[in-house]
Design a protein around this ligand. Structure first.
Ligand code: E4P
Length: 217
């Protein structure tokens, strides 16, 4: 499973990238707001840092304007994935922009039928938002599994990009059901390393080592 980082914070992306944990980046208007940066500038900086797909989202509501915005965003760098909302107009724009040869990430997906339409419109990525489904007491993971089944049934090549990841369990569950990619905030990716038994075991080893009075260096 590929790891995308869901942020527009350059420092966090750079730190994770040095460890080889960044296969791509996703941003959205809320994340751009949080960064306090200009969308074109910060997206260019991210694209200079990361060689994988970097999603940048359009904000127009009609297909024609989405296509124009998408083409402008795509000029930032070759690794831009144009992010479009899962609306009728978004799907129209998806068809045109993918036919042009651009990568497209269709976002705000909350049903398997929406994912089916996005795949038929040629999307490179479909972004089902699992955390937001969990927030309203539905099962976000069921949606990932349903989309996996449908895409495999018919050989769709659209990548399932599990989004709205809120916990380390989400990451593990997405890997188990076969999401192609997951995008998570930097903190969730950092938390993947934690286990209380690792901490406990290390404390014991350090205490015993101190008692030996030895040094390695
Ligand atoms: C995905 O591309 C979105 O940017 C993101 O995962 C949304 O997550 P949220 O529901 O935690 O805002």
């Amino acid at each position: 499973m590929k790891f995308f980082v869901d942020t527009a914070e350059i420092d966090a992306i750079a730190e994770l990238n040095e460890l080889g944990f960044v296969d791509g980046v996703t941003t959205n208007p809320s994340l751009i707001l949080k960064s306090g940066r200009d969308i074109m500038e910060v997206t260019k900086e991210i694209c200079d840092l990361v060689s994988g797909p970097v999603s940048a989202e359009v904000v127009a509501m009609d297909a024609e304007a989405m296509i124009a915005e998408g083409r402008k965003l795509a000029e930032i760098a070759e690794n831009i994935a144009i992010k479009l909302p899962l609306t009728w107009d978004g799907l129209k724009a998806c068809k045109v922009l993918t036919d042009d040869g651009h990568m497209v990430n269709v976002t705000l997906c909350f049903s398997a039928n929406q994912a089916l339409l996005a795949a038929k419109a040629g999307a490179t990525f479909i972004s089902p938002f699992i955390g937001r489904l969990d927030d309203i007491h539905l099962d976000g993971l069921d949606l990932i599994q349903d989309i996996r089944t449908i895409y495999d049934n018919y050989g769709f090549e659209t990548n399932i990009l599990a989004a709205s990841i809120r916990s380390v369990n989400h990451v593990q569950d997405c890997a188990l059901v076969g999401a192609d990619v997951m995008t998570a905030p930097p903190d969730v990716i950092r938390k993947l390393v934690s286990h209380p038994l690792t901490d406990k075991g290390l404390d014991q080893f350090m205490a015993d080592w101190a008692k030996t009075g030895q040094k390695i260096l």
